[in-house]
Design a protein around this ligand. Structure first.
Ligand code: UT7
Length: 323
């Protein structure tokens, strides 16, 4: 049995923050941000959290798939910015949707979260544990960004993307190959400590964690690992790279995607980009981009798409799907 995507949806907060807006709070410029990253603006939430955004994206995906909340039997959310330590974002989404038959839980793989969730749902579907899954990538990074650190705060935005996937018997569609990896030795390259509360033994007060990043280390890792995992998915499936219509890549930096394209010898017109409008929305970038391609009518049955991402952990992964 193969897992096939039958609907997509996305949501970003209404408030847009431009590079010029950020130049008012840190020493930066529209020119620096555009040339180094490709980002022009991002959507920032002034209230609603990760679960709300995830549920809004999910509603649109369910509508496009033509499924009801009671049809869903699995909800996976790739996120690192859950609104609560517990319950999980997936359980909150389940409550908001009334998806009473589902089991829901979060997957923590930072910007690779959606890919990890998609691949996990495929494995669960193959095992027979579920038939209709809601798979979401959602993040609210603006809440954990250090807004005095210009090297990170200009990069990120908030948003959510979702797909509904169902098991199908046909070999003509669905997830054809996937892989994932992580290297915990590189954990400190990109991290955000949780809120820590001391206890009566340490007499420490609460401390808030913010994102810290060694940008060039992440850049080097991404341009090496992403092509590797894409080539592995192609080799495992026996597909030729020329058969891939679009490479739907994690939107972290335009230059990273360009570099991946160069390594794979693929022209940029097969690497759709939307980072200019959203910045890096972490776990949401891939499903938001996929939803845009779907809604713009750019996907037709039989199209082969390579989804691939990377992020903190360090983590990376790819999913090859036939639409
Ligand atoms: O989802 C995964 C998340 N993370 C990533 O994918 C990040 C991957 N890395 C990158 O995208 C890039 O490394 C960055 C965009 C973060 C940085 O670009 P870079 O070309 O690697 O710049 P850099 O860190 O080497 O900094 C160059 C200069 C430095 O100044 P000096 O030391 O040359 O005087 C920085 O202090 O640019 C300065 N700088 C800035 N200047 C204006 C750093 N941030 C800014 C800024 N505005 N926002």
């Amino acid at each position: 049995m193969r897992m096939r995507i039958i609907g997509t949806g996305s949501y970003v907060p209404g408030r847009t923050v431009t590079n010029d807006d950020l130049a008012k709070i840190v020493e930066t410029s529209d020119e620096w941000i555009r040339t180094r990253t490709g980002i022009g603006s991002r959507h920032i939430s002034d209230g609603p959290g990760t679960a709300f955004m995830a549920a809004e994206a999910a509603k649109k995906a369910m509508e496009s798939a033509g499924v009801e909340p009671e049809d869903i039997d699995l909800i996976l959310v790739g996120t690192t910015t859950a609104d609560h330590c517990f319950p999980s974002t997936a359980c909150e989404v389940q409550g908001m949707l009334g998806a009473v038959r589902a089991v829901g839980y979060d997957i923590s793989a930072a910007c690779s979260g959606f890919i990890f969730a998609l691949n996990t749902a495929d494995a669960l579907m193959k095992s027979g544990a579920c038939r209709t899954a809601l798979i979401i990538g959602a993040d609210n990074l603006s809440k954990i960004v250090d807004w005095t650190d210009r090297s990170t705060c200009v990069l990120f935005g908030d948003g959510a993307g979702a797909v509904v996937a169902q098991g199908c018997e046909s070999e003509e569609a669905g997830l054809m190959a996937m892989n994932m990896g992580s290297d915990g030795r590189k954990a400190s390259v990109l991290e955000c400590q949780s809120r820590t509360m001391g206890n009566f033994l340490t007499e420490k007060g609460p401390e808030l964690g913010y994102i810290t990043m060694e940008g060039q280390e992440v850049f080097k890792f991404a341009v090496k690992k992403v092509p590797e995992c894409i080539l592995k998915a192609l080799a495992d499936s026996g597909e030729d790279i020329e058969e891939i219509k679009y490479f739907v890549l994690h939107q972290a930096n335009y230059r990273i995607c360009e570099s991946i394209a160069k390594r794979l010898k693929v022209p940029m017109d097969r690497i759709p980009m939307n980072i200019e409008r959203y910045g890096n929305t972490s776990g949401a970038t891939i499903p938001v981009l996929l939803d845009e391609l779907n809604r713009e009518g750019k996907l037709t049955p039989g199209d082969k798409l390579m989804l691939a991402g990377f992020g903190a952990g360090l983590t990376w992964g790819a999913s090859l799907i036939r639409w």
